[in-house]
Design a protein around this ligand. Sequence first.
Ligand code: NAD
Length: 496
Amino acid sequence: MKNVPLYIAGEFVQSQSDQWIDVTNPATNEVIAKVPCATADEMQQAILSAAEAFKTWKETPVSERARVMLRYQALLKEHHDEIAEILSQETGKTFEDAKGDVWRGIEVVEHAANIPSLMMGETVENVAREVDTYSYIQPLGVCAGITPFNFPAMIPLWMFPMAIACGNTFILKPSEQDPLTPTRLVELFEQAGAPKGVLQVVHGAKEQVDVLLTDPVIKAVSFVGSVPVGRYIYETGTRNMKRVQSFAGAKNHMVIMPDADKQQVINALVGASVGAAGQRCMAISVAVFVGSSQEWIPELKEALAKVRPGAWNDKAAAYGPLISAQAKDRVESLIASGEAQGAKLLLDGRGCTVEGLSDGNWVGPTLFAGVKPGMDVYDQEIFGPVLSCVEVDSLGDAIELVNNSPYGNGTSIFTNCGGSARRYQHEIDVGQVGVNIPIPVPLPFFSFTGWKGSFYGDQHAYGKQAVRFYTETKTITARWFHSEMEVDANFSIHLR
Ligand code: NAD
């Protein structure tokens, strides 16, 4: 049994808190660690340490900051399997999926290593007679990040490498459900040569998050998690004059045109709906068939019925357990509501068991047909291995359905017609669109651009937008005098 440490001023320290939360292995529900709710004093120490470190880190040359990221990227690759094992243990993800979680974070660190070119400002010579204007990108100060359980490597790595590469210092509050992976990420960051105080890790829940949202030292807050918490973070953070980016829940539709390739569609739907037990913000949870779904559903059902969950090191398992017993109960009660509200339950994942792991939070692949808006399985983010099938008459109806959803994280269209794909990508009010790609998560040189109820804020994660989020722009207008130059008094605002 491990007591998860805090990380303050470059030291891993045991919290003095009297409130500790159990961390469980979701495949067995055994308690594998305890995570503290940091005390008010510990929260202040973390904030003060970050503020102190900012004074020197912001003066550290950008090329040196980039080199920390290069060393960090190499260490993460060297320890890729070991991090993935820790991640599997506390999330239940299969080893391959856990490696994917780490890999998508490593890609962001690679992007952060490009920080010298990402932080280039702009220049224009002769904006007026012998006057030049140029801009610099400067760090903000102390930034904070609050992360969800479902990607304990990737999402912390969306945040602190970009913020720190920009010259800020950072306080990370990982999910209390899987804090062991972020702890390992931070140990490696220290080994990469990050100076003391540049990164701190605090643990806890609402009370600790509230400190980060209200303390005046903190300039910017990044959040990823559920809709109600995301709204709260955005409203509270901005009310306290902070810059906030808040990535929230989702409900992603995949539109299937009658001309799409059948096997590609079935493969995409199976992997994108039940992969990671459906616990992905970009999971496909609604299949929208244009025309009749009858020619698709029997094969889809057959393919889903073959999929089974299992232990992290079971190579035949497609996905692992849900994160907690409460998450399992919630998903099972949503399945019951689907049936009660008139959807046709074609595959029922309730009561699923895995041999030798009878206490795990297992839910089998679940398939509904005849789903309509207004049913809970359509309206709510289920966050489980449940796929709902909807029928519409035309591409225009599919676009209207998706655009009426309050969420806008991701969507995709499967078709062999360029015209349908072009119309869909243009007219759809969703921030990330896949064409014959079910989960279109952009690589880090682009940004992760959820829309509508899936994102509150302006600047998104990674890419160029993260640099804008974590920096200020300073614009300088300069004139240097020389002997042959005469400048009269100017009584106008017009720069001549
Ligand atoms: P969550 O909202 O329960 O928790 C997220 C974080 O917020 C955790 O660190 C938690 O400790 C903290 N928190 C919880 N309640 C709080 C409160 N009342 N006040 C302040 N902080 C609080 O989310 P989760 O269950 O860990 O993660 C799953 C959710 O995250 C899903 O809704 C999923 O769609 C979403 N998600 C979104 C994206 C995206 O990019 N849009 C990515 C990943 C996950």
